[in-house]
Design a protein around this ligand. Structure first.
Ligand SMILES: [Zn+2]
Length: 244
């Protein structure tokens, strides 16, 4: 599920006619290419290298900082490894001025464990926030998995469970998540309860991994993978006179 709110949506409105025309043409020849035109955020090889700067002073505990740094690297490796050809990289930098986004420790008292951002947010909101509760040894969520999920948001992916049935949205407490119209998201795959962007319902599950499902990998490759080859219809082979 890719987020197309905010900046991109406004851009789409301005470019509605040319985009629609382009989209119609492309949908017939290369649906995945049409998708990139309308939905991906990080497009150029440079944009796909996402540089992050960790605000070390916001993590008062050195051991926790080291744990966060190592887990973030593993989460980044996960996204890179599911599609090496996609060109998506997350690299730590040591100068804030060089960074695409910032990683900061916060104390929101368990309001969330970690909170990424969507690339449609204003740039001053491009912060991956880590609550103190993230480091709790009793957590039921895998600590690398939490960061994998948050990096998913940073790549533009919305929560998969916003596509759950109305009943389940109410039962599981996700109703307020479905706060955008269908025009604001594009489904990259069928609804997938195994997605790393899908929350468990209530207390279901003991150790939630937030690992990639096969459909996560397929959807990610559709959006960021190598550009599909546009094949032009071949003219039928001409009959040639063979020498006798
Ligand atoms: Zn999330």
């Amino acid at each position: 599920m890719v987020d197309i709110r905010g900046r991109t949506l406004r851009t789409c409105r301005r470019l509605m006619v040319p985009l629609l025309t382009l989209a119609l043409t492309l949908i017939q020849t290369a649906p995945a290419l049409a998708l990139r035109v309308s939905a991906s955020y990080w497009r150029t090889p440079q944009e796909k290298i996402l540089l992050y700067w960790i605000d070390t002073s916001s993590f008062p505990d050195a051991a926790q900082l080291a744990q966060l740094r190592a887990n973030l690297e593993k989460a980044a490796d996960g996204w890179e490894n599911i599609c090496t050809e996609c060109g998506i990289r997350f690299i730590e930098v040591h100068n804030q001025g060089d960074a695409t986004f910032r990683v900061a420790g916060v104390n929101v008292q368990r309001a969330y464990l970690a909170d990424g951002f969507n690339p449609s947010d204003p740039k001053d909101k491009w912060v991956l926030k880590i609550d103190r509760s993230y480091f709790s040894p009793q957590g039921r969520f895998d600590k690398v998995g939490i960061l994998r999920h948050e990096l998913g948001h940073i790549l533009g992916y919305r929560h998969e469970h916003i596509m759950a049935s109305d009943d389940r949205l109410v039962t599981c407490g996700w109703k307020t998540e479905r706060n955008t119209g269908p025009a604001a998201v594009i489904a990259l795959t069928d609804y997938d309860t195994s997605s790393l962007m899908h929350y468990p319902c209530g207390l279901e599950g003991d150790h939630i991994q937030f690992d990639f499902s096969p459909l996560d990998i397929e959807g990610h490759r559709r959006l960021y993978g190598p550009a599909p080859e546009v094949t032009t219809p071949q003219s039928p082979p001409r009959e040639t006179q063979q020498p006798q």
